[in-house]
Ligand binder design. Structure first.
Ligand SMILES: *Cc1c(COP(=O)(O)O)cnc(C)c1O
Length: 366
């Protein structure tokens, strides 16, 4: 039995999608038209805030920072996140300042953020790691107090909630990814949410080269448009999203129950939060478990089970971030060196879960 790390489920939508793809092609309106507007409307209803559809989360963060008017400043980001959180800062000629992670939630550490605020700091861009909401209350209070923009890389967060409100309804802007590795996917795509209508109007201009209809560009924009076919796929998949979130939470609980063994720990989800489990992670303590993370990866690979070392290396240790390589983020490095994400799908059988659990458990100390 082989177990894939990821199954994006696109095949479930092919029957419904095909006649509509034909309709889109026959209309000759293939980008940023009726299906995109409809998709923006339904995702906006879902989140409870204004939404602009884009080509990706990375481009969403790039134009989000640009539309806030931030440049030549410092933006505090986590290092335990996907590379594009920091890339978006660099593309805007701002300096990413890396803060450490919380050892339990894996999200940005509030106290470390506080200690890294300088007169040059203008924003915090935090990630809801694996869909687990950050401590939004503490971050919002701090941002307000220090007069900073609070923004979220909510790439993993579509469908997650914090104090009964959907992720996407909190910050200056929040950027979602709809790439094939996420629960809700448009194949490639992204969303920007904000409560500020003027800001969203700017994002609409920014995703279209920075060009209003009269071609007299008002900003340095990108082509970050979503195509009609992408929006169609997202519209079809959105109908099943809540079920997918519910399933993944069920599978994660199953994993946690079966894998409760010395040397294996899990990401903490606060009681006021619902995560998406975009990824299900275990942290391996070599001494207690009897095998290190890399050996476990190899063991699972030999059983035909795919796993991923998300997020390793952490961004401050990457080649593209050489000037930060000497920085020491104790918790981030410890998590990154010992974490392993196991296969989790939006639809998964108990048999598959048992097979993965069996392979993990047999590799530990007997
Ligand atoms: C997937 C991901 C991104 C990038 O999303 P794209 O839509 O592919 O640009 C950004 N941040 C995080 C945390 C991600 O996991």
């Amino acid at each position: 039995m082989g177990v894939k790390f990821l199954i994006p489920n696109f095949e479930l939508y092919s029957k419904k999608a095909l006649p509509l793809i034909e309709k889109i092609l026959n209309s000759n309106m293939v980008t940023n038209s009726q299906f995109v507007s409809e998709f923006e409307k339904i995702t906006s209803n879902y989140i409870g805030r204004g939404v602009v559809a884009t080509s990706s989360c990375t481009s969403s963060m790039m134009i989000g920072i640009k539309a806030l008017g931030l440049k030549h400043c410092e933006i505090i980001v986590p290092s335990f996140t996907f590379c594009s959180t920091a890339h978006a800062v660099e593309w805007n000629n701002c300096r990413p300042v890396f803060a450490d992670a919380d050892p339990e939630t894996f999200n940005i550490d509030i106290e470390d953020v506080k200690s890294k605020i300088t007169p040059k700091t203008k924003a915090i861009l935090a990630t809801h790691v694996f869909g687990n909401p950050c401590n939004i209350k503490a971050l919002s209070d701090m941002a307000k107090d220090k007069n900073l923009h609070l923004c979220f890389d909510a790439a993993h967060g579509f469908g997650a909630s914090y104090e009964n409100k959907k992720i996407g309804s909190f910050a200056s802007f929040e950027a979602f990814s709809l790439s094939p590795t996420k629960l809700l996917s448009t194949m490639e795509g992204g969303l920007v949410t904000s409560s500020d209508e003027n800001f969203l109007a700017k994002i609409k201009v920014a995703r279209n080269y920075g060009s209003p209809p009269d071609y007299n560009c008002t900003m340095h924009g990108l082509n970050s448009r979503m195509t009609e076919i992408n929006a169609l796929i997202g519209t079809l998949m959105l109908e099943d999203l809540d079920k997918y979130v519910e399933n993944r939470n069920k599978y994660a609980e199953y994993y946690k129950k079966k894998l409760s063994t010395p040397g294996v720990s899990f990401q903490k989800i606060e009681p006021n939060s619902v995560t998406t489990y975009k990824d299900f992670a275990i942290v391996v303590d070599e001494k207690e478990f009897g095998m290190n993370r890399n050996q476990l990866t190899e063991h699972l690979h030999n059983k035909g089970i795919e796993s991923k070392k998300y997020f390793y290396p952490p961004i401050h240790k990457m080649g593209a971030y050489k000037e930060h390589n000497d920085l020491h983020l104790h918790v981030t490095e410890k998590i990154a060196n010992n974490i392993l994400c196991l296969p989790i799908h939006s639809i998964m059988s108990e048999e598959t879960l048992d097979f993965v659990c069996g392979a993990v458990l047999e590799s530990g100390r007997k």
